[in-house]
Write a protein that binds this ligand. Structure first.
Ligand SMILES: Nc1ncnc2c1ncn2[C@@H]1O[C@H](COP(=O)(O)OP(=O)(O)OP(=O)(O)O)[C@@H](O)[C@H]1O
Ligand SMILES: [Mg+2]
Length: 500
């Protein structure tokens, strides 16, 4: 592959009054990895979208190997050797891996539409460049998130991309899957591909990137070799002010047992009961696909139980619907906030208070608009939602800011048990800090909190105790102070049991 460089020269882009990207000059060379960081709404995705033909810059130039180019469409970007991997994967679930790899290009790779067998051979050759043994004949729907991401990367490679742009690729990966992705990125780099990599997980950046670019309010406020800046320095560049301890401390003060979930009798020897006390944060660790989300959904009454016995304040309860869960004082922040998330076309205020409208109704059932606005405002400020004001529609918010509004919506509801599924996924470092402070406050107020997170440092720092789930079973329990990432992973991957 010939050496090359993709550059932005004084590029700007506005959406109405919002200057999303402001006079950015920046380049990525083949064979290097650049990490692009910044708070939610800083302009990271917009920058990638200009390089991939989704948005046209208002001003400035994009150059490839020094020549100005116009990237009017994603197809054009692909022909220029630029591929993007968006956070929401874009594969078609019921088609095979091979079909997805060459979707819409079956004719390009041969004069006629190729038979499935030839397609699979070609697919296997590309997948082998990524060192994966994914079966090209498998339907994509049967693959886990991490494997699907590999297929996306393989698709980028199959188009002979010289530059691969990744928008938060590790957001939904567990630690060991992230390791695999990083190995692949290193392999791409050595094959001469230039990679731009967006992430809110700052501790990853020193592992993977050669250079770093920091965006703040649309402007590139820093670029340089990644080793030149520590994480606190990067945070300060992103936020514009120093942030104290990333994980605010909490004095553990657990009270009475609030929630107990006992496994179905048939699983009692393989799976541990889960106990959460008042004023306690209990973490659940596991690999992607371990069944943590399903377990939470069953507890919340949204999918049928598997014979688990649930006790609240010592009394057995039957939770057969989310309405019942809510009536019992159980609240949930779901993982897939897209699906369970926002009403588009409506304001931030309406969305953030949608779960508590009943409580905001005064005499005669009239909505107390002032209280509604106050409540929404409070969350917008705390979670640092970047917006014109709380009356703006949620549609124009950046990905992370939309997440924050969904969080606000679920947090606004008061409850005694709170189930949090990946609550900080996709939100920036400042908002994460606020989220942790909020969790500590809820905890101090005596709530029982269950936290599912694939961000292992976060899980260890924020939990009092940690259970590890593997294949739908709770296989181990640790005091968080004693848990190491390594121990947790050994149990999560089932290696511990084999070793014993
Ligand atoms: N299609 C759009 N219409 C209106 N405003 C938009 C649009 N896309 C982005 N914006 C605005 O542009 C700014 C930058 O958004 P962008 O999505 O690039 O942020 P980001 O850095 O990717 O944030 P995140 O970390 O939350 O994904 C934000 O203020 C956002 O509200
Ligand atoms: Mg984004």
């Amino acid at each position: 592959m010939t050496a090359g460089v993709l550059s932005l020269d004084h590029v700007s882009k506005s959406f109405g009054p919002v200057r999303a990207v402001s006079d950015v000059t920046f380049e990525v060379r083949t064979g290097e990895v650049i990490a692009l960081v910044g708070e939610n709404g800083a302009g990271k995705s917009t920058l990638l979208k200009m390089l991939s033909g989704v948005h046209a810059p208002d001003s400035g130039r994009i150059l490839i190997d020094g020549e100005a180019v116009t990237i009017a469409s994603p197809a054009r970007a692909a022909r220029l050797g630029i591929a993007v991997i968006y956070q929401e994967l874009s594969l078609i679930p019921w088609l095979s891996v091979a079909q997805n790899l060459f979707l819409g290009r079956e004719r390009e790779i041969g004069r006629f539409v190729l038979p499935q067998r030839r397609l699979r051979e070609k697919a296997r050759a590309i997948l082998s460049r990524l060192d994966t043994d994914i079966d090209p004949g498998r339907p994509v729907a049967t693959l886990g998130v991490a494997a699907q991401q590999m297929v996306e990367i393989a698709r980028a490679l199959s188009k002979n991309a010289r530059f691969i742009l990744m928008d938060e690729p590790t957001a939904s990966l567990a630690a060991h899957e992230t390791d695999v992705l990083f190995e692949r990125i290193a392999a791409l780099k050595s094959q001469g591909v230039g990679v731009v990599y967006i992430s809110h997980r700052l501790e990853e950046i020193h592992r993977i990137a050669d250079r770093i670019g920091v965006l703040r309010d649309g402007a590139l406020v820093h670029t340089g070799p990644v080793g030149d800046k520590s994480i606190p320095e990067i945070v300060e560049l992103m936020v514009g002010r120093p942030i104290g301890d990333h994980y605010p401390s909490r004095v553990p003060n657990p009270g009475a047992e609030v929630l107990r979930v006992e496994p179905a009798p048939a699983m009692a020897t393989e799976s541990k009961p889960v106990v959460v006390r008042a004023g306690e944060v209990v973490g659940i660790a596991g690999l992607v696909g371990a069944g943590r989300t399903e377990w939470l959904w069953r507890l919340f009454g949204a999918s049928p139980g598997l014979g688990e016995r649930v006790l609240l304040d010592g009394a057995p309860v039957t939770i057969d619907s989310p309405a019942r869960a809510r009536a019992l004082g159980i609240g949930m922040v779901p993982e897939s906030r897209k699906e369970h998330g926002l009403v588009f076309g409506r304001s931030i205020t309406d969305n953030a208070t949608i779960t508590i409208l009943e409580r905001l109704r005064g005499l005669g059932g009239l909505l107390d608009r002032r209280r509604q606005i106050e409540t929404a405002d409070q969350f917008v400020k705390r979670l640092r939602v970047r917006c014109r004001d709380a009356f703006a529609a949620v549609d124009g918010l950046s990905g992370g800011n939309q997440q924050k509004v969904v969080l606000a919506k679920w947090l606004a509801r008061e409850c005694s048990v709170l189930l949090l599924d990946e609550p900080t996924r996709g939100i920036d470092v400042g908002a994460k800090h606020e989220m942790y402070t909020l969790i500590n406050e809820l905890c101090a107020a005596g709530k029982a909190i269950l936290l599912v997170s694939s961000d292992m440092p976060e899980l260890i720092a924020m939990s009092d105790r940690i259970y590890v789930m593997a294949k739908g079973r709770l296989v181990a329990e640790f005091a968080a102070r004693e848990a190491t990432q390594r121990d947790i992973l050994l149990h999560a991957s089932g290696l511990e049991r084999n070793a014993a």
